[in-house]
Ligand binder design. Structure first.
Ligand SMILES: Nc1ncnc2c1ncn2[C@@H]1O[C@H](COP(=O)(O)OP(=O)(O)OP(=O)(O)O)[C@@H](O)[C@H]1O
Ligand SMILES: [Mg+2]
Length: 422
C-alpha cells in the first residue's frame, strides 16, 4: 500500500470516528434534554395534583399556604406557586406582593382552552429562567389555573452528565486528530527520506557508471583525435587535395574535442578531488574568471557589471570555487539571447561569504527550476546538463550551498554561500 493510500485511509477513519462521536453525542444530548424536561414535568405535576384537592381550603384561608409549603421545603426546587382565575387575576401566590395582580399569559390561556396541563419556560423579574406547569382545574365552580414554577438547576444533573460526555468525546476527537496529524507528518517525512536515499543511491550509481564509461572512452578518443590531426596535416601537405577531405577531418577533430569535454565533465562530476584551502582575493578570482571567459568566446552581447566588488580575502579551494563561478557565469551568458547583463556581487555575513550572479536572460520556468540540479538535465541543444550538478558537488566539498531564484523571461539570480575560511 502506498503512503498516499495509507493517508487517505487514515483520514477516512478519523472522519468516520469523528462523525460517530458527533452523532452519538447529539442523540445522547437530545435524550438527556427530554429526560430533563420530563423529570421537571413529573415533579411539578406531582406537586400540582397533590395540591389540587385542597385548593378550595387554601383559597379560604387567610394564611399564605403556598408560601408555607415553599418555606417548609416539602418539595425540592419550587420557585413559586400561584393560582389564577380564567381572566388571569392572581388570587393566590407564594409571593404576597403579587396577589390581585392581573397577568396576560399565553400558557394559562392555552391550559384553559385545552383543559390539559401545559408546561413551558418563563423568565422571572430576577432574570432567572424557570420551568412552569399550569394545571387547569375547578375551584368553587369557577375555572382556575394552578401554576407550579420550578428552579431548573436541581434537575440539570442529567444535562451536566451529557455535556461532560460531549466534552470528553470532543477532547478524545481532538487528541485523535492531533495524533493523526503527527502520524501523517511522520509518514510523509519518512517517505521523503526514503526517496532522498533512493535518489542518492541512484546518483552514486550514475556517477560510478559515468566515470567508468568516461575512462573507457578517453583513450580511444585520444587516438581518434590524434590520428585525425595527423590525417589533416597529411592532407594539407598534398598539393592538390580535396577540400571535402580536409573538412571531414576537421569535423572529426571538433567532435572528438566535444566528446573529450563531455568525458572531462563526467569525470569531474563523479570524482571531486580533495580540497586544498588557500588564501586569495575573491575580487581577483572573479576578474580572472570573467577574463578567461571573455578570451574564449565572443561576448559582444553581454555587459558585465562588476562595479560593486571590493577586495575580500577568503580561504578556500581556489580551483573549485573558480570552476563553480565559471559554470554559473557560462549559464548566465548562455541564457542571454541578444543583449543583456551579468552582474556579480558579494558580501560577507559573519563567517560566511555570499556571492550572487544575476542575469536578465531567459530565466527558468517551474519545471526547469525543479530539475536544474539533476545530472544530464538540460534545455540546451549543446548542453550536457552536468554544469549545476558539478557546481553542487564542488560546493558541497567546500562547505557551501546554492540557491536559484528565477522567473521565465525575466532572469535568474544564483546565490552561493561559502565559509570565509574553509
Ligand atoms: N542562468 C540561467 N538562466 C536560465 N536558465 C538556466 C540558468 N542556469 C541554468 N539554467 C537552466 O538549467 C539547466 C541546467 O543547467 P546546467 O548548467 O546543469 O546544464 P547546461 O548548462 O544545460 O549544460 P552544461 O552546463 O553541462 O553545458 C540549463 O539547461 C538551463 O535550462
Ligand atoms: Mg551549464
Amino acid at each position: 500500500m502506498t503512503t498516499k493510500n495509507i493517508i487517505y485511509l487514515f483520514t477516512a477513519l478519523l472522519i468516520t470516528v469523528t462523525l460517530l462521536f458527533v452523532l452519538s453525542n447529539y442523540f445522547t444530548y437530545k435524550n438527556a434534554l427530554t429526560a430533563y424536561e420530563d423529570s421537571m414535568k413529573l415533579h411539578a405535576l406531582g406537586i400540582a395534583l397533590t395540591l389540587e384537592p385542597t385548593l378550595s381550603d387554601i383559597l379560604n384561608r387567610e394564611r399564605n399556604i403556598f408560601a408555607e409549603i415553599i418555606k417548609e421545603g416539602r418539595w425540592e426546587g419550587i420557585a413559586y406557586i400561584a393560582l389564577y382565575t380564567s381572566e388571569g387575576l392572581t388570587i393566590k401566590h407564594s409571593n404576597e406582593n403579587l396577589i390581585n395582580k392581573k397577568i396576560d399569559d399565553d400558557l394559562i390561556k392555552k391550559a384553559l382552552k385545552s383543559g390539559e396541563p401545559v408546561n413551558g419556560y418563563l423568565i422571572l423579574g430576577t432574570g432567572e429562567n424557570v420551568f412552569v406547569l399550569n394545571l387547569p382545574t375547578f375551584v368553587e365552580k369557577s375555572h382556575v389555573v394552578l401554576r407550579v414554577a420550578l428552579h431548573r438547576y436541581p434537575f440539570e444533573n442529567i444535562l451536566r452528565q451529557a455535556r461532560f460526555q460531549a466534552l470528553s468525546s470532543a477532547v478524545v476527537v481532538i487528541i485523535l486528530w492531533i495524533t493523526g496529524f503527527f502520524f501523517i507528518k511522520a509518514l510523509k517525512q519518512s517517505e521523503a527520506l526514503s526517496k532522498a536515499i533512493e535518489e542518492r543511491q541512484r546518483l552514486a550509481l550514475l556517477g560510478e557508471i559515468s566515470s567508468r564509461l568516461a575512462h573507457e572512452i578517453r583513450n580511444p578518443l585520444g587516438s581518434i583525435k590524434g590520428f585525425a590531426q595527423l590525417i589533416l596535416e597529411e592532407i594539407k601537405k598534398l598539393t592538390s587535395h580535396s577540400q571535402d577531405l580536409e573538412e571531414y577531418s576537421k569535423i572529426i577533430i571538433k567532435e572528438a574535442k566535444r566528446l573529450e569535454s563531455l568525458t572531462d565533465d563526467l569525470l569531474q562530476y563523479s570524482r571531486i578531488k580533495e580540497s586544498k584551502p588557500e588564501t586569495f582575493d575573491l575580487k581577483d578570482l572573479i576578474l580572472e574568471c570573467v577574463n578567461n571567459i571573455k578570451a574564449n568566446i565572443n561576448l559582444k552581447k553581454v555587459d558585465f557589471r562588476l562595479s560593486n566588488i571590493d577586495s575580500l580575502f577568503i580561504e578556500t579551494d581556489y580551483n573549485k570555487l573558480k570552476q563553480v563561478l565559471i559554470n554559473l557565469i557560462y549559464n548566465s551568458i548562455e541564457s542571454i539571447d541578444e543583449r543583456g547583463f551579468v552582474e556579480i556581487n558579494y558580501s560577507q555575513k559573519n563567517r560566511l561569504v555570499e556571492i550572487s550572479i544575476s542575469d536578465n536572460g531567459c530565466g527558468m520556468d517551474e519545471e526547469t527550476l525543479k530539475n536544474a540540479f539533476r545530472p544530464f538535465f538540460t534545455t540546451k541543444a549543446q548542453g550536457t546538463g552536468l554544469g549545476l550538478a558539478i557546481v553542487e558537488n564542488l560546493l558541497k566539498a567546500i562547505g557551501g550551498t546554492i540557491k536559484l531564484q528565477s522567473k521565465a523571461k525575466e532572469g535568474t539570480t544564483v546565490k552561493i554561500t561559502i565559509p570565509k575560511n574553509l
